[in-house]
Design a protein around this ligand. Sequence first.
Ligand SMILES: [Mn+2]
Length: 406
Amino acid sequence: MIKILHLSDIHIGSGFSHGKVNPETGINTRLEDFVNTLSICIDRAIAEPVDLVLFGGDAFPDATPPPYVHEAFASQFRRLADANIPAVLLVGNHDQHSQGSGGASLSIYRTLVVPGFIVGDTIKTNRITTRNGDIQVITLPWLNRSTLLTRPETEGLALAEVNELLIKRLQPVLEAEVRRLDRHIPTVLLAHLMADRANLGAEKFLAVGKGFSIPVSILIRPEFDYVALGHVHKHQNLNPSNDPPIIYPGSIERVDFSEEKEDKGYILLEVNSGKVNWEFCPLPARPFLTIEVDVSQKEDPLEAVLQAIAKQEIEEKVVRLIYKLRSEQLDLINTSAIDLALQNAHSYSIRPELISQLARPRLPELGVGNTLDPIEALTTYLNNREDLQDIKKDLLEAAESLLNTK
Ligand SMILES: [Mn+2]
């Protein structure tokens, strides 16, 4: 029997705006939160001990994390190397540079030759010897325009057409890996992808401009004992028949408010002569809470806001308060009273929405002969859409890459 811990979408170093500086350490509390949940995963791997750790990709928010974030990640995974537990680190979209291949944030682990560590940045079958026997892991990193395709082939094609061509290319490549498999040892496919059947969590909007989606049907194969996925932040099994299980563990901490209601955790599984048992293990991720209240019809809007806050348990939570009011009511709001009411939250943001403004997001006035730069227009639009603030940066990046593809 081979025991495996499968985790994904660590995104360590993101969401600092939801934290504060810890006065004792000088470190953003959200980095401490991510280190905490990651260390719980590593503790479990060592305590069991598991025979192998599979990381499904997206280690950091981007391919060039600052050194202290890199170190926070490395010092946790290093404990696996010290405990002689092999690990496969798969490259996700957030670990790749936007321009072409190479330079992924995880490649340093291959350069350093960390014993037992494999960096999955190509489609490849890795045979791994564990304490309890051999296992083969096919790595399928995030696919982009430059994987399996050349620039002339994709010239002038719409994103959907590129997606179709990519899947056509992927199928024989995967088939070739499957044919070379050793039938006598267990097989896991480790892939960072957006599956067409996935219930989209946080990556919902990010997928629009950036990604390709892969049909689940090409992942359901009798040769695979388990399909370990990364990318979607919401935990789910994509194969109701469970043969093989096709699992997104989800992210280990909430990256933004779109993950407010999702449970966070990792997967522990056992592969035993063709039979797989897996279990979702919850992590104590920091809770997020949205308090939304419409006080536009209240005589005392401040009191109504304070009541809405008082009804909630806010301690230790990342809180966002959204209250809707009429512009005439603005003078009745005492913001320091609201600040005081939110003092016990871990962190908080406050967003008054004027209901008269809601209907018409304002764009800059256009004079005769003026044209609005599309990025400028999108920026203005996004500045008016408070609900999109968490993904604003990604949307702008996606728009820029779309505009630059010609
Ligand atoms: Mn991803």
